[in-house]
Design a protein around this ligand. Sequence first.
Ligand code: PLP
Length: 375
Amino acid sequence: MSFIAKRLDLFDSSDFRDAIKKQSALNDPVDLSIGIPEELTPEHIKAAGIRAIKEDKTKYTPSNGIPELRQALAYKLVTENSVPCTPESVTIVPGLTTGQLLVYLAVLDPGDEVIVFDPYYPPYPHLASMVGARVVYVSTLPTFQPDLAALEAAMTDKTKLIVINTPNNPSGAVYSRQTLEAIAKLAARTNTLLISDEIYEHFVYDGSHFSVGSIYPNTITMNGFSKEHAMTGWRIGYVAGPQEIINAINELQQYVVMSSSSIAQHAAVAALKQKPTELVSKYKAKRDLVVSRLQQLGFKVDGAQGAYYAFVKAPHGLTDVEFVDKATQYGLIVVAGRAFSQLHGFIRISYGADIDVLRRGLDIIEQITKDLSSS
Ligand code: PLP
């Protein structure tokens, strides 16, 4: 008999085991699979982290984070996002993924329903199931934009929470202000909480980013430093929202994380003082390259207005797993869409990688489609 708890059955990775084994055996693969930006953590952020260590700022911090970071974040949320926030109504978490779990633990009872737009960032449904909530998927196909009628139809008197992620991983969709206003109106009418994961807020190439927390007070706004500041390994993010919910998260933090890394928090203060420049133009050039090459090869590309992903149907009637397997044979790593969706026909291509790697990856996809056409 296994000692492992049944909740681990929820993380069924059997579909991917074989692919991961084959991919990890590749010598010098072209990797378009990961959600990591190509940049390295900027020098001024690293210097602030090193300074924190040298100045012995290495102890536990308050569970909700150091005051100067919370002050800077409250200022950012109010001035840049128009999200009402005070230093008390924002809490620092060791990355949004942990933040997501803390929010769920704070607000979900077993049996509560959580609406997740499909495709989705994998932790949204899996962590919700883990805390005993029921996940209700609302498809955003074919445009990757939420359909209000479908959303309304999916809601019941048990719906507690709707998870929003714009710009979106994996589709790259950016939701318009109008769409978010309509969701907020529905949420207000049904007394439903919103989670808004805005970690890609600065990776927008068409349209503009809008924070739904600016118009709907029962919004839990989540953001972090991983992507914009190239700090994925520092594990630092934040959650802002209704005071009652932030208080509950802070109570949980005392038992679950104690505090986020003191060093990462001091580095994050420096990150907020000096924003990266030219990020959008650099990533827009990569987005344009990916979209135009894929379209030339016959792929239909929806979404891709933001973040750094394209989510496209596997060609020639292959399933996602079959395409990923074929790509691996050519030395290319992409992710099977079923990791992000209840549907099984898509692949996710990340353009977080630098443009030369991206070009090599697109050349391989071209070769695969040519070979499939002639076989
Ligand atoms: N939210 C989304 C939509 C993501 O795509 C990712 C990482 O890929 C995260 C959150 C993870 O954020 P963090 O590094 O802060 O845990």
